[in-house]
Ligand binder design. Structure first.
Ligand SMILES: Cc1cc2nc3c(=O)[nH]c(=O)nc-3n(C[C@H](O)[C@H](O)[C@H](O)COP(=O)(O)OP(=O)(O)OC[C@H]3O[C@@H](n4cnc5c(N)ncnc54)[C@H](O)[C@@H]3O)c2cc1C
Length: 309
């Protein structure tokens, strides 16, 4: 029979699972300290595996014990509710593995920072990452949030946790098949091997710089904000729709739709998730009513589903 106790009542079990895999475990954390928006309620625990094999073992043991978990990258694309998050977050930030270059191939763990990857590749005269230049977040978050994105054209192999072991999935730069997509959607991504392109170091640096500059012009910097908050299925970008609706600068509590980049919501200091949801509800309702458009979240919304059960 499934264990009906809440995750917060099973902290000792979580600590024991982490300990057995040589991982660090921090209990009762505020998610707002781990999201770029600076928003998110209390979280039962964060586990930091020290190796990808340890991470695979932890996922398996949590699953076996009926303990819910979520992958936490660098929190740039998460909108977390203010309520209790009654699950375990697994962070790959403290993994021991580093970048390994082998000719044009680079293998890295999924917690690795995208900006650090772009920097290291550029230093070695390896290109192909231009579109990722200027983005925050981790490799795992980028792969998970862009299942149809260009980044997958670089991926030779992705490694995920399955049944307590590492499962390698060869993608060879092709679009994901339905079964690969399903596997990746449901798994903790642990590592990947990317095929980069050698080139003239000056050309690569220029491409990276240009991409960084165009991103800096297209998104707010130096403020607490997630990545783009909403997206449109139509060719017209959500930001243009929000701007045409005259919603730039609208505020609820401590959250404001950026005055300069309409598709970003800024935490002005004390914003709650409720403030942000009030703004996204307003935008979505106006887009539906006045433009017949359904805008979807472009960030992952973390609520505690057990609260609704
Ligand atoms: C080519 C490219 C283009 C992009 N374009 C844009 C853009 O135009 N605008 C923009 O704002 N952002 C863009 N992004 C940013 C990107 O989509 C994410 O914002 C960022 O990379 C998420 O990383 P994170 O570590 O912060 O993830 P988080 O915010 O921590 O997590 C996001 C989601 O990924 C999941 N996740 C995180 N790590 C893992 C893992 N190891 N295994 C499984 N799931 C995981 C989380 O559970 C969550 O569901 C782009 C990224 C790439 C690579």
């Amino acid at each position: 029979m499934q264990n009906q106790r809440r995750t917060v009542e099973r902290i000792e079990e979580i600590e024991a699972i982490a300990r057995a895999a040589g991982a660090q475990c921090r209990t009762w954390q505020w998610l707002k300290n781990f999201t770029a928006l600076g928003i998110g309620g209390p979280l039962a625990a964060i586990v930091y595996p020290s190796s990808i094999t340890g991470a695979a073992a932890i996922v398996h043991r949590l699953d076996d014990a009926g303990l819910r978990w979520r992958a936490l990258g660098h929190g740039t694309s998460i909108l977390a509710s203010d309520a209790l998050h009654d699950y375990v977050a697994i962070s790959l930030r403290l993994l021991d593995e580093r970048l390994i270059f082998d000719g044009v191939l680079v293998r890295l763990h999924a917690g690795y920072s995208l900006p650090a990857l772009v920097y290291a590749a550029t230093e070695r005269g390896l290109g192909g990452l231009g579109s990722a230049a200027g983005l925050g977040g981790s490799l795992g978050g980028a792969l998970r949030m862009n299942l149809d994105g260009n980044i997958w054209s670089l991926v030779e192999e992705v490694v995920v946790a399955e049944g307590g072991r590492l499962k390698a999935c060869a993608t060879r730069g092709a679009a994901l098949t339905a079964s690969q997509r399903e596997l990746i959607e449901q798994s903790l991504i642990l590592a990947a091997t990317l095929r980069l392109t050698p080139g003239d170091p000056e050309d690569i640096e220029r491409e990276v710089r240009n991409s960084q500059q165009s991103r800096m012009a297209a998104q707010p910097f130096g403020v607490a904000s997630s990545s783009r908050i909403l997206r449109s299925a139509e060719p017209e970008p959500a930001g243009a729709v929000i701007e045409q609706l005259g919603l730039k600068g609208q505020a609820r509590g401590g959250a404001r739709i950026s005055d300069t980049h309409a598709d970003f919501i800024i935490n002005e200091g004390m914003a709650t998730a409720e403030d942000v949801f009030a703004l996204t509800d307003l935008i979505r309702e106006r887009a539906r009513r006045e433009r017949g458009l359904e805008l979807e979240y472009d960030v992952d919304v973390w609520r505690d589903e057990s609260a609704q059960e």
